[in-house]
Design a binder for this molecule. Structure first.
Ligand code: V07
Length: 251
C-alpha cells in the first residue's frame, strides 16, 4: 500500500484489540455457509497478525469466541472449536519465524479437549518469542472476568493476605486476565468491524481510556490498508486520559 497515510511510526498504538465481527454476514452475502465466513476470517487473522507485528504493535488482542457464543447452533460451535486446531496446524510455524508469541485468555477449562490442546500447544510452541503477543480472547466475557477478579480479591482479603483499604486499580489490574500482558494490559485502540457500534461484553475495565474505531468492513474483507487507516485515526486523536492536554486550550 502506498504510504499516503503518512503514519507516524513513533506513535504506533502498543495494544490494539479487535472485535472481529461480520464473518456470518460476509458468508450470507455470498450464499455460502457461515463456516466459510469463519474460515475466511481466520485467514484475515493471519494477514493482520503479520501486518500488526511489522508495524510495531506490542499486543494484538482478538475476540475469537465469547461466553455467549455457545448459544449458536451445535454445528457452528463445533466448527468454531476446530479453528484453533486448524490455526495451529497452518500458522504456528510462521508465528515462530515472525517471533510472535501466542497467549489465550478466557475460561479455557470449558473448551473441548482438542481445542484446549491446540491452544496449549500454540502457547508452548511460541513461548520463546520475544516480539508481538497475539492474544486471543476465547470463551471470554468481560463481566465474567470482573466477577472472577472480585472473587480472587475477596479471597485474598478473607485470608488476611490483603487489607480492604489496600485495594486499588493496581489490585484489580493484577486480578484480570490481562495481567500477564503488563505493561500493555489495556488497549490503546479498539477496533470493531462490520458496522456495529457496541462492546458486546469484550474487555470492559481495560477499555476505560481506549480510542474506539468502528468500520463498516466485514472482518474477512479487513485489510492491511484498513488497519493502517484505523491507526491513522488513532494518531489524529488527542488522548487525555481524563486530564487536559497542556498544549491545547480547547474546552
Ligand atoms: C476463530 C476466526 C476469526 C474470525 C472470528 C471467529 C472465527 C483464530 C482462532 C484461534 C484461537 C486460539 C488459538 C489459535 C487460534 C480462533 C475461534 C474462532 C474459536 F490458540 N481464529 N479463530 N478461534 N475465528
Amino acid at each position: 500500500m502506498p504510504d499516503e497515510l503518512n503514519l507516524d511510526f513513533g506513535r504506533i498504538p502498543n495494544h490494539v484489540a479487535i472485535i472481529m465481527d461480520g464473518n456470518g454476514r460476509w458468508a450470507q452475502q455470498r450464499h455460502l455457509p457461515r463456516a466459510a465466513g469463519h474460515k475466511a476470517g481466520m485467514n484475515t487473522v493471519k494477514t493482520i497478525t503479520k501486518v500488526a507485528s511489522h508495524l510495531g504493535v506490542k499486543v494484538l488482542t482478538l475476540y475469537a469466541f465469547s461466553t455467549e457464543n455457545w448459544k449458536r447452533s451445535d454445528s457452528e460451535v463445533s466448527y468454531l472449536m476446530q479453528l484453533p486446531v486448524d490455526f495451529f496446524d497452518t500458522f504456528v510455524p510462521d508465528l515462530v519465524k515472525e517471533n510472535v508469541r501466542v497467549n489465550v485468555m478466557g475460561y479455557l477449562d470449558q473448551l473441548p479437549d482438542k481445542t484446549r490442546r491446540a491452544v496449549d500447544q500454540a502457547m508452548a510452541d511460541t513461548a520463546e518469542s520475544t516480539g508481538m503477543v497475539l492474544n486471543f480472547a476465547l470463551n471470554y466475557g468481560g463481566q465474567a472476568e470482573i466477577v472472577s477478579a472480585v472473587q480472587a480479591i475477596a479471597a485474598q482479603v478473607k485470608s488476611n493476605q490483603l487489607s480492604l483499604t489496600d485495594i486499588d486499580t493496581t489490585t484489580v489490574d493484577a486480578a484480570l486476565m490481562t495481567a500477564s500482558l503488563a505493561p500493555y494490559n489495556n488497549p490503546d485502540l479498539l477496533i470493531r468491524t462490520s458496522g456495529e457500534e457496541r462492546i458486546s461484553n469484550f474487555l470492559l475495565w481495560q477499555i476505560a481510556y481506549s480510542e474506539l474505531d468502528f468500520t463498516e468492513r466485514f472482518w474477512p474483507d479487513f485489510t492491511e490498508a484498513d488497519l493502517k487507516l484505523a491507526i491513522k485515526h488513532f494518531q489524529q486523536r488527542d488522548r487525555r486520559f481524563g486530564g487536559r492536554k497542556s498544549t491545547n486550550d480547547d474546552d
